[in-house]
Design a protein around this ligand. Sequence first.
Ligand SMILES: Cc1cc2nc3c(=O)[nH]c(=O)nc-3n(C[C@H](O)[C@H](O)[C@H](O)COP(=O)(O)OP(=O)(O)OC[C@H]3O[C@@H](n4cnc5c(N)ncnc54)[C@H](O)[C@@H]3O)c2cc1C
Ligand code: HEM
Ligand code: HEM
Length: 1563
Amino acid sequence: MSEKSCPVSGSGGGRCPVDARGGRMGSRGCSFMSGAQSGDLRTAFNIPPDVDPGQFLRQRERKAINEVLYSNIPTMDVIKEKQNTHGQKSLDMSLNVSEQDLLAIALGAPARQVILRAEEVGPQTGWRDGYLSAEHGFTPPDVDAPAGALAKSPGRVWSDLCERMPGCVARGRVRESVAALPVVPGTPDVIPDKALWAALVSLAKHNGSEGVSVSSRAPATIVEMSDDLGDELKGIPKSIGLPYYQISKRMGRSLPHMTFYDQADYNIKHRDPTSTYPYIGRFDNTEVRWPMFGDSSEKAFMKGCADTSASFQHGPDAIASCQEHVMSKDNDALLRDLINLKEILERMPNAFHTISLNPSSGENYVSPTEWVRWAKWSTPLSKRTPAMSGLQFPAFLVVDAFLGRKKYESFLGVEGVHLRAWAPSNWRAFMSSIENYYRVPEYVAQSGDPRLMGALDGIVEAYTGERGFMGTHRYKVFGMLEVAGKTGRTETNGASGATDAARPWEATHQEFSQAMQERLEPFRGSLGIEPHEMRGSFWECRYKSRVLSRAFVDSDPNRSIASVILDIQDTGITFQPGDRLAIMPLNSWMECAKVAAALGLDTMLDHPVDLDKQWTRFAAHLGSVSRTPTPHLTVKDILRRGHLSPLTEDLVMKLHNMLRASSNTVLQVLATEEWPVRASLGDVLQASVAEVSSHIWDQAFDLTGNFSWLAELIPIEVPRTYSISNYPEELLPSTVDLTISRSDYKLCSTFSGSSTIIRHGVSSNFLNPVVDSEDEFIADDDELLIGVSRPLSFQLPIDDAAPCMMFAGGSGVAPFRSFWQARAGSVGRNMLFLGVQSREKFCYEHELRQYVNSGYMEVYTAFSRDSRGLAYDRRLNDLVEKETSPRYIDALILEQGGQVCDMVMSKKQGGFGGYLYVCGSLSVFDSVMSGIRKAIYNHRTTSMESSDEILNVAFAERRFMLDVFMTPRPLPCNDPTIPLSQLAMHTGHEGSKLWIGVHGSVYDVTDFCPMHPGGTNIIKSNAGVDCSKTFDLLGHTNNPEVSSLLNKYFIGKLSPKPNFHHSEEISMLYDLWSDYLRTSVETLVAHQFEVQEFMGSSNLWFQGSMLNMGGVRRFYHHQSRLLQSGFSFLYGPKLQELYLKLSFTLANSATNSNPSHLPDVLGIISRAKCSPDAMATSNEVSQIGQFTADSEAARFHERGIINYAKTSVKLNMELLQGIREEACRGMDVFDTVMDLDAPSETQRCYYLSAFLINVIERIAIRLEGFYAKLAEHSIYTPEIEQNPARSRWNLVRRKIRDGSFFVLTQDVALSTSGPKSPRRGQTSVEFDQVISQIQQNINNAPRPAPAALDLTEIHVARGRAPQKGGMSAYETSQSGAAVKNMSAFLNSNLRSIRRLSKMPTSSVSIEQLMNTYGQPNKHHQFQVTLPTPPLSRSPSRSPSLNGDAGSRMNIRGRGRSSSSSSLTQQPPLRQRSNSNLPSPPMSASAALPNMLSKMNRRQKPGSVPPSPARIPEDTMMPLLSRRATHSSMVSAAGAGNLHKRGPSMTGSLRGFLLQENRVSPTF
Ligand SMILES: Cc1cc2nc3c(=O)[nH]c(=O)nc-3n(C[C@H](O)[C@H](O)[C@H](O)COP(=O)(O)OP(=O)(O)OC[C@H]3O[C@@H](n4cnc5c(N)ncnc54)[C@H](O)[C@@H]3O)c2cc1C
Ligand code: HEM
Ligand code: HEM
């Protein structure tokens, strides 16, 4: 502005725009300047007499500026009111901004200024201070520009190498290729500024390490290193080190280091630069420019990360705008931009949908085991530089700053602060500008505007809520790390979870929780609750609402389905199609009245109640939602908001205890066959009040105190979920529509007697009460707590041209109404398949017809009880009447089969790649799925299996989504139980079903697995074990969607831990053994995973016709880890701990007639590990390791390597399966041990330990057999190679080179297995020897690494240090825990151990005992050392081997029928095969009684010491394979063969249950 221009209007030339004559007035030419105004100022400007005119006019000017710059000047009425109430001074204060604000307004918002400055300078400096612009956010305006500039410079050599990198990795020639690079300096004269980012990315990618440290060999050629350039570049060739150093300096990085955004955001290309909706850098529109490995795992992960940053493209602009609106106090504009920011943040978790853990998801699949490679590869170059971390992506630090995060104390918090210091200057300036000036959250809080507060709350939720980005990331990471952790992953990139924790992924999960809580704290205070505990609880409902209206949606006069409209005016809530509403239901007044009347509370409804922890939290939550102090909750609140029906076991038990077992009704309820019982608390109390003496009643329900018993008795209700049924176009919708189907159930017969009484669900009846009922006439003035949640996978496609097919049954049409409203006018087709009972129940018919007539929808209908059909007429765009036989939705799907198939099939399969959605009850879901399966079979495939595969791909590609909204149904509680061992056999591979155990129930999720929104692998990695903890941590336990789906797959209750009648020893052994069983299952499952991945992919083994070192490397890593650690999981400290405790028990219970000789389990294991066979196998594997760094030599052994890999994994699997089977066998014994007729507790314990130790011995012997078998194989098999002569010649050449030619002339084979020497040493030891062996092992156990001093030191240590003996962090921590337990055990039992070890050798040994009472076998090569474990496992454990043995045992019946047949079919192995296994297998359930019955008849002991056990391979292998066959038979038996309690037990089941609950039955 020139000096002469007008300061108000800006007009130049010294003319005043308001002076009509165009005169020049005043000292600076303005007619408004007071100094130049002639005449009576006071009159002219209405200046009050007591005010200085000059001051008045200056104030007035300031106000004028306000008017120009601040848009929310209050209305005159408000001004006057303020003037009257607070006086003129206050008014002036509020209307006049401070000097600083004025200056800021004149200059513009700080955040905007930072963006403008960055935009100005960036293009000239190659954006070296960090990309930042209004249009592109933190992403480059042109992703190709830097790479293009680099290609035109001499630095092209780096990008050329990047292009060759995946090939070099596949050939194992990374080091060589890097060494061959010429030195090109990174100075400005050589590398222009415009190429800086590309130069950095390309150099950081091959800094000399290929990320997998397969060999420490230096490159063949001598190259100059960059050791003089600092710690970071030591050992890196100068050709990379020098320019890397120079470019880093030019970029403002004080030390060279690689960041996550280098690798992801700045290493992508756009497929179609014109495809910008909703943002250009979407996963489907990008390619990784320079991949390192080139596999889908790398690409999907990198693109997924880049997608997140790209989705935040407009975030910085929205944030700057918010700041501008705060400065100008423009609330409406602020609301707009807050909602804009919220929508941006809500898009961010999209990336997680693209990073899939489902192998069928094609280019989206990220293999957790491959993800492991990042750990090594992204290691910081030195301890001075930061490691790669998700927190390096600027969006997160920026949103933290925007939301005013105060606490950075957690591991990730510290990391965030640390990383922020390394961020480019533009980003740091931007963060500072929003953190220090015009802070939005503070403004919103002060504004008192509920819309702003609601919108900001939505931002907090979208960013760091349980269902927001951080919550979703947390669950996703858990799934990924759990699988990776069990398959060898050490730690995470940022070393989180690298603690001593038992399960590192759980530790990381905890760290995420802490970071989330720190972020939430400014808004929610200190919650003291983990994010996953919020799922399915009142925490999800953060807004208040009320019912506005209810309407009919069909012609059903009962209105069993209604449209219910809720008021959300001014709440700040926004939602998308597919979103759901969580509602905290209120109990009907009738139910409240029943309780109140029975308890005598009817006149005390408004009395405050002393709350327990949960209700206290709820009260605080209510206060926080209402933005008021925490309210006092009254009796009425508890009754209205508490859980009154249906009756849960917990609720009834509490009542039972309070009434001191004096209510018969309560006892009748407790004797139920299923929980929960379909009745209400009011029903029970009403019935009981007449039964229980008033004395007890009054004591139980004390009306004189603080009513704390009421809060303890009645828990808080859980929210119900409803699909949102409308999609308004407004910025802030004022209503939300739901489609509520009233649920009905029959009142339980205890209360209804012989008549049928229909009751309605709590929430559905509250929202859609029976027409003309009392409930309907009660005014809707209740405040409801609600919340919006976005399902992980039930969303419309981003691309509106994608076709959608919807399948709905009854009220399942609910979410689709929002779909059709949102998709009206879309390019893609919209098809709805609707199944309803009759024409009267056709919901939203009128509205739908309008959409059909407009050509927006195609609607196909099936009426199950009506022949008045409707047919969609494409030509007329209408639904026309057509007589059709009643049918279900599956028939309709079959009728339209061709169309359905095209939609299901992906584009690659020749289909349309449509999006399919199913919504409705479970039966609808089943019917739809069966219809689609059959349709695919009829039209496209020849088998149902192939149909399933097509469907699975659609699920994996997230094109097939479910919204199954059944209510969890009651589950039977006296069905047969399933023992742990049977669960363990169902791991989903080799034809077995996939079972999981959750909170005492077992589910067969084989069919569900491919549909799982979280991916198949994470379910598979929990197969065969109790995964309750995982369920809790993932928020699955309380997730209504999960619980309703899970119900469908329930197959029985898991056998609980037996009651060992206070025998702590047996109980302790049970825990240890079940833990070992779990470990054996987890190891087997993890092994299966890895093997499937690297053996199942031919691309991994071959690139065209050339051997790909990728496959060789994967196999090498896998096998060497197993061998190095000697299957440490199963043969390490965990087994030793078991062995120690069993030995102790045996020695402790040894009497003169009992033996003290124990099998030398540890000796067998260590001899096996050091045996020549073991040496031979590790030599073989290390040879393969050599190949991974020298693919030249590998090609001569191509087929040999592949064959060897196949054999190895087969043998590994056999070993692992064998161990699992043994562990199951041991587990079964615990179920029957208490039934034994043992003379004393000690004796019982002795029998049990004797049996188990024998099982352990068998496990140990299997290791020997494994090595022996593996040693028979070699990669050196010239005869199968394409060119045998060359293979032989290559070997000779190598041997000459390494000097071993002489040896070679003696023995041509590579294999060093040598002649098999017989196993030496004893097979039995004394207790003292066990102790000394264990002590030695404890001393030799690897010590946990000393705590690192700081963050980077942890990163570096993790990256550089070799894995401890090839063990994963999980294994290390598990083993560490076992070692600790053993030390603790030894210390605490020192005295007894001393006593026992001094004990004179017993004249009787177990072996002798067995020889007498066991099954003497004269032909045996070695003596059986301990009692005999059973022959084989049977799922329905039989009580006895034969009538004779059984008759002597006092056995609780367990499926007697099948066992005897299994025995007769399979004679004891020992007799069959002269096995060297210490004891023959027999029917699991029969074995223990059989064994022990024999032991009871113990006679004269022999005195032959055991001879060394040796299993000839030819005996062992057939044995093992026969076992494998048997085990698959066992698993195939399936749920039909469940373990049932015998009649005597079931007869007294009620008594049993009551006893378990410590209740004395009174009738
Ligand atoms: C993803 C999803 C979407 C749904 N969408 C709709 C819809 O659009 N329209 C519709 O009518 N219904 C829908 N439902 C069903 C709805 O959530 C309720 O289950 C149903 O209304 C019955 O609740 P109620 O209180 O009336 O039944 P009750 O008989 O009182 O509930 C029985 C018991 O089941 C448990 N329970 C019931 N529902 C839930 C739940 N959601 N979460 C946790 N526990 C529960 C409660 O503990 C309760 O004690 C949906 C369910 C899910 C999971
Ligand atoms: C499934 C893929 C992913 C896995 C397995 C994963 C893993 C991890 C892990 C282990 C951490 C802890 C820090 C560490 O030790 O390094 C972490 C942190 C983080 N990751 Fe990811 N991540 C994934 C995807 C993403 C994506 C796509 C983004 C988005 C760019 C992202 C952003 C973050 C952020 C911001 C943090 C810090 C969290 C906090 O401060 O609370 N992650 N991630
Ligand atoms: C066995 C162990 C299981 C594990 C480890 C597991 C893990 C996960 C994970 C990590 C997610 C989040 C995925 C993501 O963010 O991409 C998820 C989502 C989900 N899982 Fe599982 N899951 C398991 C079993 C099940 C079972 C048995 C069911 C139902 C029968 C189920 C139903 C769901 C549903 C419905 C979702 C989506 C939740 C949502 O929308 O928020 N899961 N699961």
